[in-house]
Design a protein around this ligand. Structure first.
Ligand SMILES: C[S@@+](CC[C@H](N)C(=O)[O-])C[C@H]1O[C@@H](n2cnc3c(N)ncnc32)[C@H](O)[C@@H]1O
Length: 235
């Protein structure tokens, strides 16, 4: 793995209308909530990966009180994929075979690239971090929001009737947290698997992926004001 550096933080918030932002925050869609359709029998998953910009925006627009009220590699085929238990060993062994972090040399900072071929519906990597309840995540947000040096790796998702968050903010050697966004050219997507009654987020190949491709998934942000402020979300 080569040395890599983190992405630059979000910049402009000028085009974001306060009312839209406030509404979005209070609805609980703090940021980048992927609108990913879930095949029947999958556990679920509209989720969030990155709330960094929202924190910046929120700091401008909301006071702390409001803010606080509110962050292998063996190929396995489709048949195996249909059984969630087939991913359990990958998840539990923290399998990250066939991928590595690289500096993209762009504003995106680090990204994750394949070093082997993946097939459609393959397990790629877990979006690993600390599982938080919504309230715990909100508290975490307010703490992180006070430090602009902290990047944003909070991934919100709905499981059953509740919202959870995987907080991957801490710099670890896990790679799921470094996968960048693409709406139009995503080649993987997050899904929830349950192990011992705990939801785990896994990135699964949307199509066959060749060696040396960068991995992308759709962060799912669709709010116009946010996309206007961060146009790369539309790419
Ligand atoms: C979950 S992190 C991904 C890893 C990150 N690139 C890094 O170096 O740590 C999400 C951040 O990466 C950057 N990013 C992700 N996808 C991007 C894209 N398509 N264009 C520009 N920046 C992107 C943004 O700064 C975003 O806040």
């Amino acid at each position: 793995m080569i040395p890599v550096r983190p992405a630059k933080r979000f910049q402009s918030t000028a085009n974001v209308k306060p009312e839209r932002l406030r509404k979005g925050l209070l609805k609980g869609q703090f940021l980048f909530a992927p609108d990913i359709s879930i095949p029947e029998n999958d556990v679920l998953l509209p989720a969030t990966t990155d709330n960094e910009k929202s924190l910046i925006l929120a700091k401008k627009l909301l006071n702390e009180e409001i803010l606080s009220s509110l962050r292998r590699s063996k190929r396995i085929g489709i048949t195996k994929y249909k059984s969630a238990t087939s991913f359990d060993s990958f998840i539990e062994s923290q399998c990250e075979d066939g991928i590595e972090a690289r500096d993209t040399g762009t504003v995106k900072g680090r990204g994750v690239f394949t070093t082997k071929k993946f097939y459609r519906n393959d397990y790629i990597v877990e979006y690993a971090g600390e599982l938080l309840t919504q309230n715990e995540a909100k508290h975490r947000e307010s703490v992180y929001g006070r430090n602009h040096k902290i990047g944003c790796y909070m991934y919100y998702f709905k499981w059953g009737e509740k919202v959870f968050c995987v907080d991957a903010t801490e710099e670890t050697n896990r790679l799921g947290r470094l996968i960048n966004h693409s709406r139009k050219n995503s080649n993987c997507q997050p899904k929830v698997f349950v192990i011992r009654d705990q939801p785990r987020l896994v990135l699964v190949a949307l199509r066959d992926i060749e060696v040396d491709e960068e991995l992308f998934y759709d962060y799912g942000e669709r709010r116009k004001d946010i996309i206007d402020a961060f146009p790369w979300l539309n790419e």
